[in-house]
Design a protein around this ligand. Structure first.
Ligand code: HEC
Length: 295
């Protein structure tokens, strides 16, 4: 209801109750009412203005709050975007680092593989060389064996030939009167030169039966009848030389005693041989040695 309507309605109320009140009173009342109405109107208007102001303030406040909220949201959103960007950058960096690491690992693996290959090659080369060396050694050994076998065969052939020659000479001697034997005839009959040739195997390591050929010991060719320690080209011990210088001769007697135990008879001789304990062996080897003077 507007202000005029309020005033008008008050006057109307006054004129309706005309029977009771005077017009003046009514007019007064009306004016009073009017003033009252005006003051009410003013009050209402004030209240309205205050309300309006307040509303505006509230509206402004709300608008500001909304703006602030928006700004805050925007800031939050921006922050979120930034964070995402940072995160992405971090992820990308991590990926790049991982890729670099992988590349390094791969390179290292490649290098290791290359090294292994080189090592294997070297090992193969060494193995191949070792195999070659072993093969060469086998070849050399077999060649040496062949030579040794050949030498033995030659020596045996020479031996057989010589024994045959002795036999032939003996046969001849049976017809022609025999030359003076180097050893006493009685001793010769008990020794067997062929058995003695087998006993000579024990001497072979150190003695040759070939004229002038020395081994560890001197050649036993022509030893029967020789003065001990006098074969030229051989370096005897002083003991052996002294034995010869004392007037000894290698005959059946001295040989038998010497060969029984060389270092019992001549303590300081170089011949390291335990000796022939069997008398028959000594007789046989002596009659064999007696044959070593025919070429
Ligand atoms: C381990 C090597 C060895 C054996 C095995 C050996 N001797 Fe001798 N023999 C020697 C040496 C070394 C001498 C020189 C000794 C010295 O000068 O002292 C020697 C000297 C001799 C001599 C003196 C030769 C000389 O010219 O005066 C006669 C004899 C002899 N040995 C006979 C034999 C007989 C026979 C056998 C086998 C039953 C034999 N030896 C086995 C090493 C050996």
């Amino acid at each position: 209801m507007s202000m005029k309507q309020i005033v008008h309605s008050a006057a109307l109320t006054c004129s309706i109750g005309l029977g009771l009140v005077t017009v003046q009173a009514c007019a007064d009342k009306s004016s009073k009412n009017s003033i009252q109405a005006e003051s009410t109107t003013n009050e209402i208007e004030n209240t309205a203005r205050i309300q309006q102001d307040e509303n505006q303030k509230i509206a402004e406040q709300t608008a500001k709050e909304a703006a602030d909220k928006l700004a805050a949201e925007q800031a939050l959103a921006e922050k979120a975007v930034k964070e995402v960007a940072v995160k992405e950058a971090a992820i990308q960096r991590a990926a790049a680092e991982k890729a670099a690491e992988l590349a390094i690992t791969k390179a290292a693996e490649k290098e290791r593989a290359a090294t292994n290959l080189a090592d294997e090659k070297a090992a193969k080369l060494v193995a191949a060389k070792a195999k070659k060396d072993a093969e060469a050694k086998i070849v050399a050994e077999s060649a040496a064996k062949k030579i040794a076998t050949k030498k033995l065969a030659e020596e045996q052939a020479a031996e057989t030939a010589r024994l045959a020659a002795i036999e032939a000479a003996k046969n001849k001697a049976a017809i022609t009167p025999p030359p003076a034997p180097i050893l006493a005839a009685a001793q010769n009959t008990v020794g067997n030169p062929e058995a003695g040739a087998l006993v000579f195997k024990k001497c072979r390591a150190c003695h040759s039966n070939v004229e002038g050929k020395k081994k560890v010991g001197p050649s036993l060719f022509g030893v029967v009848g020789r003065t001990p320690g006098t074969l030229e080209g051989y370096k005897y011990s002083t003991a052996m030389k002294n034995f010869g210088a004392g007037g000894a001769v290698w005959d059946a007697q001295t040989l038998s005693e010497y060969l029984t135990s060389p270092r019992t008879m001549l303590p300081k001789v170089k011949m390291i041989f335990p000796g022939l304990k069997e008398q028959q062996d000594r007789l046989d080897i002596i009659s064999y040695l007696d044959t070593l003077n025919v070429n």
